[in-house]
Design a protein around this ligand. Structure first.
Ligand SMILES: [Zn+2]
Length: 187
């Protein structure tokens, strides 16, 4: 989305931090199950996902993060024959003049790119936890960049395991190296 300079120190620190970002409460675990059971209404999904993110952010001492679930297909490129890329969701934040977080936002599209079906509950939850891990990277670990390192996926997995929903993640973390990420946004 934005061309940004690769930050080697961010990458190394991201690799090294493999622990769980937060020790979730029973409330967070309950909300996680409610996200999985939220059904096919985008507004309801958004509402419950917001409660979960509020709970995780509060426990982790992070600034609030808004969740937006547009009832729209994922952004994608299509060459006429096959899907070339797609984005389940992304994370953005802005700082105010004092360097404090003015706002932070997770956006997750409610429908698949081509067939425009409602995305599966596990995919939705996986994406939600993934984007919140970016929020944690920037404002918990205070990394200037949030990369998809092996450490990033270890944090995500530790979080999902602590929430007792490790099964929503793919079996192998696909740590692809320094691809996405940025000071203000990440896929
Ligand atoms: Zn990401």
């Amino acid at each position: 989305m934005f061309a940004r300079r690769f930050s080697e120190s961010s990458y190394r620190r991201s690799q090294a931090a493999t622990g769980v970002p937060v020790r979730p409460t029973a409330i967070a675990r309950g909300l996680t199950l409610r996200v999985l059971g939220a059904g096919e209404d985008a507004a309801e999904r958004e509402r419950i996902a917001q409660h979960l993110i509020d709970e995780l952010s509060r426990e982790a001492g992070l600034p609030p993060c808004q969740v937006v679930v547009p009832d729209r297909p994922q952004v994608h490129r299509h060459d006429g024959q096959r899907l070339q890329s797609k984005t389940y969701g992304y994370y953005t934040y802005r700082l105010d003049a004092q360097g404090k977080v003015a706002w932070a936002r997770i956006r997750i599209y409610h429908r698949t790119a081509v067939q425009q079906r409602v995305i599966a509950p596990k995919v939705f939850l996986n994406t939600l936890l993934h984007e919140w891990t970016h929020h944690y990277d920037f404002h918990g670990l205070r990394l200037p960049r949030s990369y998809h390192t092996a450490g990033f996926f270890a944090r995500l997995r530790a979080l999902a395991d602590a929430l007792e929903v490790g099964y929503v993640l793919p079996p192998e973390a696909d740590a692809a190296g320094p691809s996405a990420g940025g000071a203000a946004s990440a896929d």
